[in-house]
Design a protein around this ligand. Structure first.
Ligand SMILES: [Mg+2]
Length: 419
């Protein structure tokens, strides 16, 4: 009889038997999709944060084998010590997505249901947009996105636009070329001329796109908080949706200063791991928009908790996302289940058809009318990965798709963090 009935799974006997990876490039960046297999023939998918190492996920394999993936929180607590900020959380978060996918498949419910149900049926998306040196050209690019149905936009405005412009920037030798010196330590300052040029750039964009849709701004460059405040005040007249990552998230005092000085929402969070690290910013009301990337922040359930914590402090939640549809759909379920969610990022709108085709069983393109419909299928909501499309995205340096990972089966760990 059982052969003729879809019982999906016997969740209480479900056990993890394997974890394998597929390394991608160009979807839109470098990323790793992970697949967790079980003793009942169902598999769950997750994704390591763009740019992160597959090792971050594979080193967790020995800690997960034999465990029941439906115990999502228990397993998350077991492995979360192996995550850290930014890319280093990629393994823990990718595993959490795969566990939510598996638990949803085992119980035949969508992942959002495991997070408490949904507040909305469609998730508003905003598109990142490649930089143009000319404001009118940038405006046209954004206008094209609006014509394609996007209702929330983002662009870059920063010192990158002032390179080679005389008297626009002041910097100590070598600092304009530095990549790894934090903002307060570069000594780079904007001049009034530099600020005027950036204001003119935004004015030109606004002339083309008007004020019909929200427009967020990112990538200001590694300038100190004083220059950020001067620029922020000058840009306030354009009613931008938010100023993103003007300074590093690790500096809550400076964020508080910035938030108090400007009249535009300020936003950070894409590199923060775990809710307690957002709390430092929330308690000071140092940001208006929390911007976790759930491939860094702790996965679906932890990011819902971050959203709930933000809400209690009067702070909205937008979601950063620059990955394949696997992480995008994990973000969709979290967004559906979090009341103060505002908008979800997408970096693939210029290759939307091919990007969307990576997953099967959902509309292509995945984004329609500027929204992703919340899938109602079990787990993350897609039926599988399209192998041909997956191969087209395979990283030429590590092109084996879901090959054996037996070398990660055994470790001799002593993971306890206390004596
Ligand atoms: Mg950003």
């Amino acid at each position: 009889m059982e052969e003729n009935v879809n019982t999906h799974s016997r969740p209480s006997d479900l056990k993890i038997t394997d974890m394998r990876v597929a390394n991608l490039r160009g979807a839109p960046f470098r990323a790793t999709i992970i697949r967790i297999d079980t003793n009942q023939g169902i598999s769950g998918y997750g994704e390591v944060r763009d740019g992160g190492s597959p090792t971050y996920a594979l080193m967790l394999k020995s800690r997960l084998l034999g465990e029941n993936p439906c115990n999502v929180d228990k397993l998350f607590r077991k492995i979360k010590q192996f995550g850290h900020h930014a890319r280093q959380a990629g393994g823990v978060c990718g595993v959490e997505m795969a566990l939510m996918d598996l638990a949803g498949k085992a119980y035949n419910v969508p992942a959002y249901q495991l997070a408490g149900g949904k507040f909305r049926d469609r998730i508003l998306c905003y598109c990142d947009t490649p930089t143009r040196q000319d404001g009118r050209e940038m405006g046209q690019l954004l206008k094209e996105r609006m014509e394609r149905g996007f209702k929330f936009l983002k662009m870059d405005v920063g010192i990158g636009l002032l390179r080679g412009v005389e008297d626009a920037l002041i910097a100590p030798p070598g600092m304009l070329e530095s990549r790894d010196v934090m903002h307060p330590f570069t000594g780079i300052q904007l001049t009034n001329k530099g600020i005027d040029i950036l204001c003119e750039y935004v004015a030109q964009v606004r002339e083309v796109i008007g004020y019909e849709v929200p427009l967020a701004v990112d990538h200001f460059g590694h300038i100190g908080v004083e220059s950020c405040i001067r620029l922020g005040k000058a840009l306030d007249q354009f009613s931008l949706a938010w100023y993103e990552d003007m300074i590093p998230w690790q500096l809550p005092d400076q964020w508080q200063r910035l938030a108090e000085a400007v009249d535009t929402p300020v936003c950070t969070g894409e590199d923060i791991y775990l809710k307690e690290n957002f709390l430092l910013l929330f308690e000071r009301r140092a940001i208006a928009v929390a911007h976790p990337d759930l491939a860094s922040s702790g996965g679906i359930l932890e990011t819902k908790k971050i959203g709930d914590l933000a809400q209690e402090h009067g702070i909205a939640m937008a979601l950063h996302m620059a990955m394949s549809p696997v992480a995008a759909l994990a973000s969709v379920h979290c967004a559906a289940a979090t009341e103060n969610f505002m908008v979800l990022e997408n970096h693939s709108v210029d290759q939307l058809e091919q990007w969307s085709s990576l997953v099967e069983g959902l509309p292509v393109p995945l984004i329609e009318d500027g929204h992703i419909a919340v899938p109602e299928g079990p787990g993350l909501g897609f039926s599988g990965l399209n192998e041909e499309v997956l191969r087209s995205f395979a990283d030429p340096d590590q092109s084996e798709i879901f090959g054996p990972t037996d070398e990660w089966d055994d470790e001799r760990p002593h993971d306890r963090l206390w004596s």
